[in-house]
Design a protein around this ligand. Structure first.
Ligand code: PEP
Ligand code: MG
Length: 755
């Protein structure tokens, strides 16, 4: 066993080392020559015999890319699998190793081609990018000497600089390495569908990854001052956000900002950045270095809570980096491509709405859930969207070509030629199908046996009038009035509301618009109306419950609607009614406003949504009072089956085409008929032609769906003979199965129905 030397190992100052690396980089050399010179500089800076750089290639293989000291013939030949040998161990654990006698380590693997058997001491650190190992930097010496923690720190600083240089393509050809973003290799990611559809476009990262170009400090004092100033201005912006936003203490956004604020005061973190600056890094390089250390730790952690906190700290570092480098946090509108798919860790509704919806073709989130406000808006924008796409922001870079197939919940990043061709064909067939639907524009939605079905569009944010102004589309069957106000900080006043509603009439002259009164709460929280902590917000202080507790809110909305509808027909729909008495109270408030109105609508109809099961036992009373009803299957399904509509893991547990759901629809339709009350269906279920086939078979004559579903529904309606279907559905209702989807699919096939 070699004797361990106690003698202090000479190392040149980190600043000198960094300057020398910078000088190499300034030369007009090939990437390989630069890397060869960089390892020479590091070896001499450490007075060591060997300096090697291993980089990760596809297949999780670490390849020796450059070395001063190891046999030249081993360069690009020596390869280690992740977890194998000391280098593989460092890459697998993201942890550095500092060994006086490397060969005594159980993971040491002898590679005769390198000639490394003569070296004893070994220091190896991971080269990291966005929390992932992209390579390993190794320094070795014959003498069995122990490197000090300070020296280890310097190797880490150098590794961080190498990572920035590598990722910017200055040190190695990016095609060659399986880099931080999994190299430029094609990838298939998967996630959870928030909104369906398919799109192919250029990716835009909501917070673009910055590449640090200046890493050597000219004057550490100046860099320290830059860091302190940037931190102060960040603190000030957080402070003023908290003071001006008026958000309650338990608001999630407020809590995140408060956590950021706490981190800006964290001594340990600040000291680590300051130490990195003292070692010769610029302020941005120092922040990145500390950030990388944390990212590496995060990948080792099991605790979700601590992971989330570190993620917050990482967000903070990103903000600081953007500030230090003078780059805006989100891309500027003029920098955005004509068509793009947005990629973000998570996104607030306000952030999403900041993007030009005409150019935005899709949304990919690392986090998010179907119930998030952002998901609601993505659906309203009618763009494909996926959530829970793991590491999307590090695997996708701005500028990458991305195919988002929300139908199968997949994302293809930098797709191979074959995948691109395949997906292009699918996108084309979708487009061809749309073109076929387009041909139906001027044709009515009438069944083969002459029954007219009223088609309507669900809207709330944007109304693509071209989809509404067509034959067979009667108007807006569900206008979710809360959506335009989800990003406001304050409650919208009567004038603003009236202007919005009047705008709808202007856009759609002669069309019927069913305005649903506010359905705030549940998954649609707004800062100006907070229910406090609720264990089950979907069943909490929500919608009309809020409106009845705070009648001013409902009355103002009714006043605005009546004003906007002066001289025109007004359809108002009250959501989330558990008891007829609630509907009556809401209606009374409406009548009070109507009495006071100077100019009245030409016609007034007040209806309600059927979305809480208790109402199913009050249908007779209800039908005597409501002018019309609309079935909301999204909420009705979740309450009927006690199955959270936003819970991904249970998404396929119960089918909308269960005889239970169909019997409910049947019952409502029968009662409505008996009382001559119009019944429509506005839940998501109706978007699927096969589901709507069941609905019309049960007697529903009015459907309201997102605009993109109008074509498929019209095609289905125009290919069906209702009289036969109704008889078949009566039979299906009696089946004990959990779903009759297969039965209906066979029926559609046998009868040539387009579903
Ligand atoms: C429903 O519950 O089916 C519905 C249409 O309302 P929302 O999706 O807005 O809750
Ligand atoms: Mg609902």
């Amino acid at each position: 066993m070699p004797r361990i030397a106690n003698a202090k190992v000479h190392t040149s100052s980190p600043l000198l080392l960094l300057r020398q690396i910078r000088d190499v980089m300034a030369q007009a050399l090939s990437a390989q020559l630069r890397l060869d010179q960089v390892v020479e500089v590091i070896a001499s800076g450490f007075a060591s015999d060997v300096c090697s750089v291993y980089l990760l290639r596809a297949g999780d293989v670490l390849e020796l890319f450059a070395s001063k000291g190891l046999k030249a013939s081993s360069i690009h030949k020596t390869r280690l699998q992740m977890g194998h040998g000391l280098v593989g161990e460092i890459a697998a654990t993201s942890e550095p190793l500092n060994l006086a006698d490397a060969q005594a380590h159980p993971k040491f693997e002898y590679r005769p081609e390198t000639g490394e058997e003569i070296y004893s001491s070994f220091i190896g650190v991971p080269i990291l990018q966005s929390g992932k190992v992209i390579g390993v930097l190794v320094v070795q010496s014959k003498e069995a000497k122990q490197y000090s923690p300070d020296q280890m720190e310097i190797v880490q600083t150098v590794a961080m600089v190498l990572s920035e240089l590598a990722i910017s393509g200055q040190l190695v050809d990016l095609q060659e390495i399986k880099s931080a973003t999994d190299g430029l290799v094609a990838q298939q990611l998967s996630g959870m569908r928030l909104s369906s559809g398919m799109a192919k476009a250029v990716a835009v990262l909501h917070t673009p990854q910055l590449i640090i170009t200046s890493y050597v400090a000219a004057d550490p004092n100046v860099e320290q001052e830059r860091f302190v100033n940037a931190l102060r201005s960040l603190q000030e912006s957080f402070d003023s956000f908290i003071q001006s936003s008026n958000l309650p203490d338990d608001d999630e956004q407020r809590q995140i900002i408060e956590t950021y604020l706490l981190f800006t005061q964290d001594r340990g973190w600040k000291n680590r950045v300051t130490d990195a600056i003292t070692s010769g890094l610029t302020a941005e390089a120092a922040v990145r270095k500390v950030q990388q250390g944390l990212q590496a730790k995060m990948s080792q952690l099991a605790s979700l809570y601590i992971k989330e906190r570190i993620q917050d700290l990482e967000d903070l570092s990103n903000r600081l980096l953007h500030l230090l480098m003078g780059k805006p946090l989100a891309p500027m509108p003029h920098e955005l491509p004509a068509e793009f798919i947005l990629v973000a860790r998570n996104l607030s509704p306000a952030d999403l709405l900041d993007y030009d919806h005409k150019r935005l073709k899709g949304l990919i989130l690392e986090e998010g859930s179907t119930t998030s406000h952002t998901a609601v808006i993505a659906r309203a924008m009618d763009i494909p969207a996926l959530a829970k796409v793991e590491k999307a922001t590090s695997r996708i870079q701005s500028g990458d070509i991305v195919i988002l197939d929300a139908e199968s919940s997949h994302v293809y990043v930098r797709p191979s030629f074959q995948i691109e061709q395949l997906m292009d064909a699918q996108i084309k067939s979708h487009a061809a199908r749309d073109a076929e639907y387009e041909k139906l524009r001027d044709l009515p939605a009438v069944t083969l046996d002459g029954v007219r079905i009223s088609l309507n569009v669900n809207a709330g944010l944007y109304v693509d009038t071209k989809n509404v102004v067509q034959e067979g589309v009667d108007g807006i069957g569900l206008y979710r009035t809360e959506l335009p106000y989800m990003t406001s900080d304050t409650f919208p006043e009567v004038e603003a509301q009236a202007a919005l509603y009047a705008g709808m009439y202007e856009q759609l002259p002669g069309k019927r618009i069913v305005f649903r009164s506010f359905d705030i709460g549940g998954d649609k929280k707004v800062p100006y109306l907070q229910a406090g902590e609720e264990e089950n917000p979907a069943m909490g202080w929500r919608a009309t419950r809020i409106g009845l507790d705070r009648p001013g809110i409902l009355r103002k909305q009714f006043r605005a609607l009546i004003q906007a509808a002066a001289g025109k027909p007004l359809y108002v729909m009250i959501p989330f009614i558990a008891q007829v008495s609630e509907f009556e109270m809401a209606r009374r408030l409406f009548d009070l406003e109507l009495e006071d109105a100077k100019e009245k609508p030409s016609l007034v109809k007040v209806g309600m949504m059927i979305e809480i099961p208790s109402i199913l036992w009050q249908l007779d009373t209800l039908m005597k009072r409501a002018d019309f009803v609309s079935i909301g299957s999204n909420d009705l399904m979740q309450f009927l089956f006690a199955c959270d509509r936003g819970a991904v893991h249970m998404a396929d547990t119960y089918d909308t085409l269960s005889p239970v759901m169909l019997r409910v629809v049947h019952e409502v339709v029968d009662k409505a008929k008996e009382h001559h009350v119009e019944v429509s269906f506005c839940g998501e279920m109706a978007r699927n032609p096969i589901d709507s086939l069941a609905l019309i078979g049960l007697g529903v004559r009015s459907l309201s769906v997102s605009a993109s579903s109008i074509g498929p529904l019209k095609a289905m309606i125009r290919s069906v003979t209702l009289s036969d279907l109704s008889v078949y559905l009566t039979y299906l209702l009696s089946l004990p199965e959990s779903s009759v989807r297969q039965w209906l699919a066979s029926y559609a096939r046998d009868h040539g129905i387009i579903v």
